[in-house]
Design a protein around this ligand. Structure first.
Ligand SMILES: [Fe+2]
Length: 227
């Protein structure tokens, strides 16, 4: 629609126009996911909703204008969140997260459902199991999340055996990364009612070895020490 020869104010106007259209398309796709849901009390338990949510994230991926230039700006302090859109009915909020190299989320489960996709750069997603006897989360494996990755997880659970869906996102690369997230809360609760932040499990004594003639417990350091 626009070209470099056009005045800056016109390019900015076009960018906002394209962004509004992209956001409207995402709203429509998200609304369709809710319409397909047969478990309104907890949409994340409905397979059709999960499919619809992944489809909505794919819609966002196909629209570069979904994020304005200012919404790709990060912070040197920590990963930065920009609210992109919010459902007027309060069912969901869409946010862009900007990760500078080395920045990471805390280890967390979710109070609500969450879907995300990676728009730019590469993130590392570390998955954890809950180790009740050690009072925290234990890293199980890492996955690289490249642009185009789409993920959806239901509400985290606090069952008798512990938490479910525990993970941590980090930018372990040397370049900025941008991800787009949809959370099952209204915009006012996005900072307080999404993440269930959890501690790292205490190291488990795994062997006894001789040190200068003494038998001493030897602890294994956790594989992931950050956050
Ligand atoms: Fe998460």
């Amino acid at each position: 629609m626009n070209s470099p020869a056009e005045p800056a104010f016109l390019r900015a106007a076009y960018a906002i126009e394209d962004h509004a259209a992209a956001v409207a398309g995402l709203h429509a796709a998200l609304d369709a996911a809710f319409d397909a849901c047969t478990t309104p009390a907890d949409p994340s338990q409905c397979p059709a909703f999960a499919r619809g949510m992944r489809g909505a994230l794919a819609v966002a991926l196909a629209e570069p204008a979904i994020i304005l230039a200012g919404q790709r700006e990060g912070s040197s302090e920590r990963y930065r969140r920009h609210v992109i859109a919010a459902d007027p009915a309060g069912r969901y909020t869409v946010a862009a997260l900007v990760w500078q190299p080395g920045q990471a989320s805390p280890i967390h489960a979710h109070h609500t459902w969450c879907g995300f996709t990676v728009l730019e750069g590469t993130l590392t997603e570390t998955l954890y199991s809950w180790e009740a006897t050690r009072g925290g989360a234990n890293a199980v494996r890492d996955h690289l999340r490249a642009p185009g990755t789409v993920s959806f997880v239901g509400s985290g659970c606090r069952s008798g055996s512990g938490h479910g869906g525990i993970h941590r996102l980090s930018n372990d690369s040397h370049a900025k990364a941008v991800s787009l997230h949809v959370y099952g809360v209204d915009a006012e609760r996005i900072a307080t009612h999404v993440n269930d932040v959890l501690p790292l499990a205490t190291p488990a004594p795994c062997a006894v070895r001789e040190v200068n003639g003494d038998a001493r417990a030897h602890d294994v350091s956790p594989r992931i020490a950050r956050a």
